[in-house]
Design a protein around this ligand. Structure first.
Ligand SMILES: NC(=O)c1ccc[n+]([C@@H]2O[C@H](COP(=O)([O-])OP(=O)(O)OC[C@H]3O[C@@H](n4cnc5c(N)ncnc54)[C@H](OP(=O)(O)O)[C@@H]3O)[C@@H](O)[C@H]2O)c1
Length: 249
């Protein structure tokens, strides 16, 4: 059974590319009005024009901008039923030669940005859960296989994504009785821009690891997100781990 999203408002962080862009299309196709949040305004405008969405240009590592993104969405679209905490960054490499600045960037977006948006969204989500059209609200947090399995060379990315998993389950327990569902999605390798931001020598090594497997498409993860938020009110999908079929690790 599937509940469509007409009359609901969703906010997707990191909507300017990859999983966030695909999730935005999937939620809009189910009938949600979507606020698209990221830094690249041109990409957001093209997407919003396609789906009739609301553009919020924001760097969510800045708390004021993250809070402003939530507040502008509620002010402009009237409510907030669904938040997809998707914006993130992966900068892999040995700890021995790592740049601390890269660690800080990952913590800033994967952890702090997600916390700022989540904190600002809790009250509007609880309010949406109390009234129609669905009498339920959703926070979907995008972690990773790296949030379940640590690997050499991935320590800080692992740290951020394990943290997202712990935070999500704590919130899930806190809000269960008030019908705010908190879900965790843990993708394996997905063909997106994620590795583009790594230093070239590290990026090439990472890409080589996945060269022989058929990676997931962003739409495969968007499909899972749409599945989570279209379940009937009584059904909470707590966690979904999705690997490419050929990804054994
Ligand atoms: N691709 C994979 O293999 C994979 C696997 C597991 C988990 N994930 C997770 O999936 C999520 C999405 O990644 P993706 O693969 O779709 O990569 P992507 O195409 O690089 O998307 C990352 C998104 O995050 C946004 N972003 C980055 N910094 C931001 C900031 N400071 N403020 C606001 N938005 C910011 C980017 O937009 P702007 O640059 O325009 O701000 C972009 O829209 C991440 O959390 C990632 O860890 C990806």
């Amino acid at each position: 059974m599937r509940e469509r999203l007409e009359g609901t408002v969703a906010l997707v962080t990191g909507a300017s590319s990859g999983i966030g862009e695909a999730a935005t299309r999937a939620l809009a196709a189910e009938g949600a009005k979507v606020a698209v949040v990221a830094r690249r305004r041109d990409r957001l405008e093209a997407l919003a024009a396609e789906i009739g969405g609301f553009v919020v240009e924001a760097d969510i590592t800045d708390q004021a901008q993250a809070v402003g993104a939530v507040e502008r969405t509620v002010a402009e679209l009237g409510r907030l039923d669904i938040v997809v905490n998707n914006a993130g960054m992966m900068l892999l490499g040995p700890a021995e030669t790592a740049l601390v600045e890269e660690w800080e960037r990952m913590v800033a977006i994967n952890v702090q940005g997600l916390l700022y948006v989540s904190h600002a969204a809790i009250q509007p989500l609880l309010a949406a859960a109390q009234d129609g059209p669905r009498n339920v609200a959703d926070m979907v947090n995008i972690s990773s296989v790296a949030g379940r399995v640590a690997r050499s060379g991935s320590g800080v990315y692992n740290l951020t994504k394990f943290g997202v998993g712990a935070f999500s389950d704590s919130l899930r327990q806190e809000f269960a009785e008030r019908h705010l569902r908190v879900s965790l999605v843990e993708p394996g390798a997905v063909a997106t821009e994620l590795t583009d931001h790594m230093r070239p020598e590290l990026r090439d090594a990472t890409r080589k690891r996945f060269a022989d497997i058929e990676r997931l498409e962003a739409e495969d993860i968007a499909d899972a997100i749409a599945y989570i938020v279209t379940r009937p009110r009584r059904v909470a999908i707590n966690e979904i781990l999705i690997r490419p079929t050929e990804q054994a690790w």
